[in-house]
Design a protein. Sequence first.
Length: 164
Amino acid sequence: MSKAAPGPTPGFLVWRLANKWRVAVDRGVAPLGLTHAQYSLVASLHGMQRAGERPSQRQLADHTGLEALYVSKLARALESAGLIERTRDPRDPRAVQLALTEQGQAVTRRAITVVHELLQQLLEPLGGLDAPRTRAFTDELTTLLDAPFAPSVPNDESTQGATP
């Protein structure tokens, strides 16, 4: 237990901020027929396509930090909505490649504009998107995200020999 003054922990604050952001994006992109998770997928796919990539579901999962199974589920829903196409990778028949359709590109561009405006709002207390405080905040978040993290498993008799 920490001996610091009582108050919210950094973990609690990160969790609250992530939830605040998810709710804001969910509400912002809902009129476009997207959820926050779907937005994360199509916006990432948009950026990767602009860089000349046609990523597999696995590559997109690695890029977004989402579980591969969840990306597969999201991709199927987005395919049903006509926003992406899923095709077999000619180099690996087990892999599925993803690409935005024309409709998907149009929806994604609109969603990116909406989310950019939300980001400006969220970061206004730090001075806005291009402010020095925002750059410092981004650097700190990047440091935390880049640090290796392996949650420890309690070492007691109830977990001995159990597979997490």
